[in-house]
Design a protein around this ligand. Structure first.
Ligand SMILES: [Zn+2]
Length: 52
């Protein structure tokens, strides 16, 4: 689970405490601590495209 201060790569991350989202547009951006004080985030996946 990505935490504040880490650079988990591009994507949208949702605070596990309050659900607030952060977008990282570049691989070098760090996750910031959430306004609620939460430091753990879940990556929100784009829907995986499954080929049939
Ligand atoms: Zn939060």
């Amino acid at each position: 689970m990505p935490k504040a201060g880490e650079k988990p790569g591009k994507g949208t991350y949702e605070c596990s405490g309050c659900g607030e989202e952060q977008n990282l547009n570049r691989d070098v951006e760090k996750l910031k601590e959430c306004l609620c004080g939460g430091t753990e985030f879940k990556k929100k996946g784009k829907k995986a495209t499954v080929k049939k």
